[in-house]
Design a protein around this ligand. Structure first.
Ligand code: MG
Length: 458
């Protein structure tokens, strides 16, 4: 009832505000959207981003026949906030998601947040998620309560206590053989595409790999020149090939925008089980480029010019307004949306509005990019532990990313005026966000939720 009212209202809005838009909706077929999200994949782990020891012909096809983004940022350098940013188009700090959820977290992304899936329901899209959710496991936080028609996958990271397969709101399987997770997700994704071939659909395929612990099926073990990590990526590449072949077989390539990206940088403390950030500094958990800049590709046959490379700054939060624009829906007016519509970039008709980005670590704003320049707060360093890599202390940082992609040449002392001006802009941007909520990520023993899945198993 509520959804049909919303749909009616939005249609009414379109009709009253812009009669030509209504015609367009009828004339153009609404595009399918597939967002393939790898977990902890590094900037240097794909053939089309320079890897030579991992072969990724299917993912490279997205670059060859579509667009490669060289300066594309995730909303965060860790899982949960990154995913919250992608799905809502908003900095996760606006909703207090400053760190990752655990099985003992009894909170999740606030249900009042509006996801891409909910937004697409205005146009009656079929909406499915396969894979990692990681935005809360209690029923009110699960995908079906955030606009998705269906869910299959592991709700958390695969190194956490409760690794189960969920189907919709229920645990389907308490025993997960992670060697077959990529294969299983791929089958589920193909099934979803098949089921919804006749109507516009949104598929969010959020792979569990290559997050540690790494697993590849027998067929891919030993297939790469970079050990198990490379094998895992080559299996993900196989999965992308399966999806593309399916679209091709159904004649849907021209109707589908296929996006490929990663939630954050490589988990370098895992050494050879973590990926590579290529030319970028550091990785996951840090606000250097290696933590947040994600290898990103977009292919849409007949719409995106083949073989395009864009250096234009863009972010995972941009997909929300971009998809809204492509699907002729409205974005919410009652809250700030931080992403910018990059449809003109994709279609080659214009540029993205805005060239700045805020680098948050937890609740702290640590860095700011404007154009080619980036500043970053001084850092006292971290000795490192089992989960987080050691990083040496550093001075306040000013780098020109165009000339110094690896953030090695600190110009803070020599161009202090420039640096201070950027730091001042950075503070203004934060002020503009207004008061931010306290952390929504609450860990601890709250009655029933703690290891609920394990309890059910016994
Ligand atoms: Mg991750």
């Amino acid at each position: 009832m509520k959804k049909s009212v919303l749909f009616f209202f939005s249609t009414l809005l379109l009709m009253s505000s812009n009669p030509s838009k209504k015609k367009q909706v009828k004339k153009d077929k609404l595009p399918n959207i597939i967002h393939i999200f790898a977990d902890d994949l590094g900037y240097g782990d794909l053939g089309c981003f320079g890897a030579t020891d991992i072969k990724t012909p299917n993912i490279d096809r997205l670059a060859k026949e579509g667009m490669k983004f060289t300066s594309f940022y995730s909303a965060s350098s860790v899982c949960s906030p990154s995913r919250a940013g992608l799905l809502t188009g908003r900095y996760p700090q606006r909703m207090g998601i400053n760190q990752v959820f655990f099985p003992e977290s009894f909170t999740g992304m606030p249900p009042e947040e509006i996801t891409i899936a909910e937004m697409l329901k205005q146009q009656s899209y079929a909406t499915g998620i396969v894979g990692k959710w990681h935005l809360g496991h209690r029923e009110k936080f699960l995908p079906l309560q955030q606009g998705f028609d269906s869910y299959f996958g592991i709700p958390y990271s695969n190194d956490m206590e409760s690794v189960v397969y969920m189907r919709n709101n229920e645990v389907e399987d308490f025993v997960v053989d992670q060697r077959y997770t990529t294969k299983r997700y791929t089958e589920e994704a193909i099934h979803f595409i098949d089921q919804n071939r006749e109507r516009p659909f949104f598929l969010y395929l959020a792979h569990t790999m290559p997050h540690v612990p790494l697993y590849a099926s027998e067929k891919f073990k030993g297939s790469s020149e970079r050990g198990l990590y490379g094998d895992v990526i080559q299996e993900l590449d196989w999965s992308v090939g399966k999806v593309l072949n399916k679209l091709e077989a159904l004649g849907l390539l021209e109707d589908t925008l296929v996006i490929f990206s990663s939630d954050n940088g490589p988990w370098l403390v895992m050494e050879d089980h973590g990926g590579s950030a290529g030319p970028l500094r550091e990785g996951k958990q840090y606000t250097f480029e290696g933590g947040i800049r994600a290898p990103t590709l977009a292919m849409w046959k007949g719409k995106i010019a083949p073989g395009t490379v864009t250096e234009s700054l863009a972010t995972q939060m941009d997909w929300f307004p971009t998809i809204a624009s492509l699907a002729h829906t409205e974005i919410p007016k009652d809250r700030p949306i931080d992403g910018s519509d990059i449809a003109p970039v994709l279609l080659g008709t214009g540029e993205r509005q805005g060239d700045s980005f805020l680098f948050f670590s937890g609740a702290e704003l640590q860095g700011y990019r404007k154009g080619d320049w980036k500043v970053k707060n001084a850092y006292q360093g971290f000795d490192g532990n089992q989960w987080v890599k050691r990083v040496a202390p550093h001075d306040s940082l000013l780098v020109n990313l165009k000339k110094d992609l690896g953030e090695q040449n600190n110009l803070y002392r020599s161009q202090k005026e420039k640096a201070l001006a950027l730091f001042s802009e950075m503070r203004n941007e934060l002020d503009k966000m207004g008061p931010l909520p306290l952390s929504q990520v609450v860990q601890g023993d709250d009655d029933t939720s703690h290891f609920m899945y394990l309890e059910q198993k016994n």
